[in-house]
Design a protein around this ligand. Structure first.
Ligand code: GLN
Length: 196
């Protein structure tokens, strides 16, 4: 069976995520087909979904305008896996503390955009993540932190006392970019180690 993996491609990085999904799928003996999501009508054919980094204001505006937002919500309501990274996490939250971002309310968290100080605008750290045996090389780029994770949210990793990786039902969200190193364990965790 071929895994149909939708990657939201209205803005932001697609190819690295596509490569990571393909590596994770082939480790499970599965072929994968990457579906680039730029318009409505494609999400319903996807088994898993990825909302990448980029600029959350732009991504949320385009998702709403194109009618993709409601399809993403339906995907999650159907219990299908989704991974949301960096700006994708902001867009998926219940509260982005920024009126310019119309959130999808899929992760019951309050996030703060660009929360790491200037000296830490971009950095990499080895992060302990629940469900992974060895630390994960996490690359943060103008990343959000999660200020508050409410009761239905499982915190998978913290950095400097704040959650930076969470799971709620079929949705995994990360502040960092798991696609920027050859390590595809986070994509594997999100898409193949679901709690459903
Ligand atoms: N700073 C961006 C935002 O607030 C997120 C950065 C990223 O996705 N790397 O939307």
């Amino acid at each position: 069976m071929t895994l149909q993996a939708g990657v939201v491609a209205v803005q932001g990085d697609v190819s690295e995520h596509a490569a990571a999904i393909e590596r994770a799928a082939s480790a499970h003996g599965q072929d994968s087909k990457i579906v680039e999501i730029r318009e409505a009508g494609l999400v319903p054919q996807c088994d898993v979904l990825l909302v990448p980094g980029g600029e959350s204001t732009t991504i949320s505006r385009l998702l709403q305008r194109e009618g993709i937002a409601e399809e993403i919500v339906a995907h999650v309501e159907a219990g299908k896996p989704m991974l949301a990274t960096c700006a994708g996490l902001i867009v998926s939250a219940t509260d982005a503390q920024d009126d310019r971002v119309e959130t999808l309310n899929l992760l019951d968290v309050t996030v703060e955009r660009n929360a790491f100080g200037r000296q830490k605008d971009s950095f990499e750290t080895a992060l302990d993540i629940d469900g992974l045996d060895e630390p994960f090389p996490a690359v943060f780029i103008r990343a959000p932190v999660i200020d508050e994770a409410f009761e239905d949210v499982e915190v998978l990793a913290e950095f400097d006392g704040n959650p930076v990786a969470v799971r709620q039902g079929p949705v995994v969200g990360t502040s960092f970019h798991p696609e920027l190193t050859p390590d595809s364990r986070l994509h594997d965790l999100a898409f193949f180690e679901t709690t459903e």
